[in-house]
Design a protein around this ligand. Structure first.
Ligand code: TRP
Length: 329
């Protein structure tokens, strides 16, 4: 029996090469060994006020983008969260097993309510319970999450254990999944930090950025006043960050990347890394993406059949949960 992996992605704008090298690319390598579900979590997104047209477009774009990045919809279940009612339903059941105190302690809730002081809504508070429902619904064994989501996963485990202690073995207790590889791509404008969508346009390369924009961003990448191209993250964060991107884009190790640039100038490094990203990453993904986006009926069909696949896995767990608490089926 294959183990089940579940991950949720917010449909908020486009992904960058940090997301690609750090996560999405690795998911592709998991698709044969695991039963993987990837949900575009539109129900989570609306806990913060969204522009409806943007949310709609971002949701469909995200679906197309994950497929363009190589996630095969026949091997993985890539679907839109709201297409399957099980999430909202299990969320209600689990909300009766989540304590107010637990939710109040969530650091993401505290951060988001500080940033959205005029809209601290029930959904925002219950967000971790919905996330718990996402995970437990599919008998998920493993959840690939970053540090910012560990607290939510811990809560999901607590709720699963609490429920199982009362009603028997209904839920699989999920664990954090730390994938083997995956480069931590650095910001181009502050290479001591991780590439991030929230740190401004110049710091990241979007997967959908046109080639000239990619080139421009790399040319402006922050380096140092030295001239030697050497991998030394401590003292040469910018150059090391570029070498890491080159290694990831060309599937070579860092040492090989460094050897290739021995005695070369910074300008050469920047344009060569940019070209590698353009040729090996952004252009091929964009070609597939544009093809998918131009066939909305095909995309809608995939979304529909994927949601049906999710429902066929989730419905037995949902039924078991209802039965356990005494609902009449
Ligand atoms: N909360 C996650 C984030 O903001 C997204 C998410 C929703 C998720 N449901 C999930 C992640 C279930 C892992 C498992 O990134």
């Amino acid at each position: 029996m294959k183990k089940t992996i579940f991950s949720g992605m917010q449909p908020t704008g486009v992904a960058h090469i940090g997301n690609y090298f750090g996560a999405i690319k690795n998911w592709v390598s998991l698709q044969d060994e695991y039963n993987c579900l990837y949900s575009i979590v539109d129900l989570h997104a609306i806990t913060i006020r969204q522009n409806p047209e943007e949310l709609y477009q971002n949701t469909l774009n995200a679906l197309a983008l994950y497929m363009a990045c190589g996630l095969d919809p026949d091997k993985n279940t890539i679907y839109i969260q709201s297409h399957y009612h099980g999430h909202a339903e299990l969320c209600w059941l689990l909300s009766c097993f989540t304590y107010m105190g637990e939710l109040g302690r969530m650091t993401q809730y505290k951060d988001k309510s500080a940033k959205n002081a005029d809209n601290i809504n029930l959904g925002l508070f219950a967000y971790p319970t919905l996330q718990t429902a996402d995970i437990l619904l599919f008998g998920t064994h493993l959840v690939p999450v970053g540090d910012d989501q560990k607290q939510h996963l811990e809560l999901a485990r607590d709720i699963a254990i609490r429920f199982n202690n009362i009603y028997g073995d209904v839920f699989t207790v999920p664990e954090v999944f730390t994938p083997k590889t995956g480069a931590r791509i650095k910001s181009l404008s502050d290479p001591t930090k991780k590439m991030s969508k929230s740190d401004g346009e110049a710091n990241y390369v979007g997967i959908l950025d046109p080639a000239d924009v990619v080139m421009k961003k790399f040319k402006r990448a922050v380096t140092d006043s030295d001239t030697e191209i050497r991998y030394d993250p401590e003292n040469k964060a910018g150059i090391s960050g570029l070498l890491e991107i080159y290694a990831a884009a060309c599937n070579v190790d860092i040492a090989a990347a460094q050897r290739e640039f021995e005695g070369k100038q910074y300008g050469h490094l920047k344009t060569t890394v940019a070209q590698a990203v353009i040729d090996n990453v952004t252009t091929p993904i964009q070609t597939k993406y544009n093809h998918l986006i131009k066939n909305p009926d095909h995309l809608a069909n995939i979304a529909k059949s994927s949601a049906e696949k999710a429902a066929s896995i989730g419905n037995p767990v949902l039924e078991k949960t209802k039965k356990a608490v005494g609902l009449v089926l």
